[in-house]
Design a protein around this ligand. Structure first.
Ligand SMILES: NC(=O)c1ccc[n+]([C@@H]2O[C@H](COP(=O)([O-])OP(=O)(O)OC[C@H]3O[C@@H](n4cnc5c(N)ncnc54)[C@H](O)[C@@H]3O)[C@@H](O)[C@H]2O)c1
Length: 260
């Protein structure tokens, strides 16, 4: 792997910890950062999937290690972080991408579906960045935290997403407050709010919807869903010196969805 990009956008040699790296957006981000020379800690609770992602990165000459944890389990996350630090050093880039959706009409939503989505999407992301930040602060590392939020935090989306939208709204609030709290330490905190991207999570949603993919593209002015690889440029930007003055933002990568 070589870093052929402008040094302004370089992530070469940086250690990146990515949750949800076994599938979809997290997988594309792990592969995309590895292709630009970052050392990847690929974290997921789907051990086979995350192993496959690491095998793919390594087969292309990149550097990656699988880290198996449920983001709700702080002890397991701490152990993953220790493994990563031992192998590649304290992360300078953290992408909190692990997430789920559990749709149902608001009045019928099971308490368990509300709680699981909040626990994984919001509390799980909080667990990850907080543990990583403690290590960064101890090691005096100036780095970049990137939450994967959603346009569901900015506009109303498909019905049945009360739990999901609330979890992502919480992410945006965390982004701003942690950006303030860690600013003087040189740790930048930003979020990306994607529109509908073609990932296994979205393929399931498309199958469950009678109108299929058309339903999801209707509100996207560019006229199509995103491909996971189309998030890589934004992550490289937020991870590199190119965004050195950017902290506390929620950056929509949405084909114009929120500009309507
Ligand atoms: N696909 C989209 O259109 C879209 C849009 C906006 C935001 N997002 C967000 O992007 C992130 C990734 O979504 P995706 O579409 O790639 O989904 P995905 O289902 O393809 O991938 C999610 C990954 O997270 C992992 N994961 C789930 N729960 C976990 C847990 N408790 N602990 C550890 N790992 C766990 C899964 O194993 C999977 O590998 C999510 O936070 C999602 O909310 C997705």
């Amino acid at each position: 792997m070589s870093d052929s990009l402008d040094p302004l956008f370089s992530v070469a040699g940086k250690t990146a910890l990515i949750s949800g790296a076994g599938s979809g957006l997290g997988r594309a981000i792990a592969i995309g950062l590895a292709a630009r020379g970052a050392k990847i800690g690929a974290l997921d609770f789907a051990s086979d999937q995350v192993q496959e992602v690491c095998d793919e990165i390594i087969s292309k000459g990149g550097i990656a290690t699988p880290l198996i944890a449920d983001v709700r389990d702080k002890a397991a996350l701490a152990s993953c972080l220790a493994q990563l630090i031992e192998k590649f050093g304290v992360p300078e880039i953290v992408v909190a991408g692990a997430g789920i959706g559990r749709r149902s009409p608001a009045v019928e939503m099971l308490d368990a579906d509300w709680q699981d989505v909040i626990d994984i999407n919001l509390t799980g992301s909080w667990n990850l960045v907080r543990l990583a930040a403690a290590e960064m602060i101890k090691a005096k590392i100036q780095g970049s935290m990137i939450f994967i939020s959603s346009i569901a935090s900015l506009v109303g989306i498909t019905n049945g997403n009360a739990n999901y939208s609330a979890s992502k709204g919480g992410i945006n609030a965390l982004t701003r407050t942690l950006a303030m709290e860690w600013a003087t330490l040189g740790i930048r905190v930003n979020a990306i709010a994607p529109t509908h991207f073609r990932t296994p999570m979205m393929e399931k949603a498309i199958l469950l919807n009678p109108e299929g993919a058309e339903y999801f593209t209707r509100n996207i002015p560019l006229g199509r869903m995103g491909q996971p690889e189309e998030l890589v440029g934004t992550v490289v930007y937020l991870s590199s010196a190119a965004s050195s003055m950017v902290t506390g933002i929620v950056l929509a990568v949405d084909g114009g969805h929120t500009a309507r």
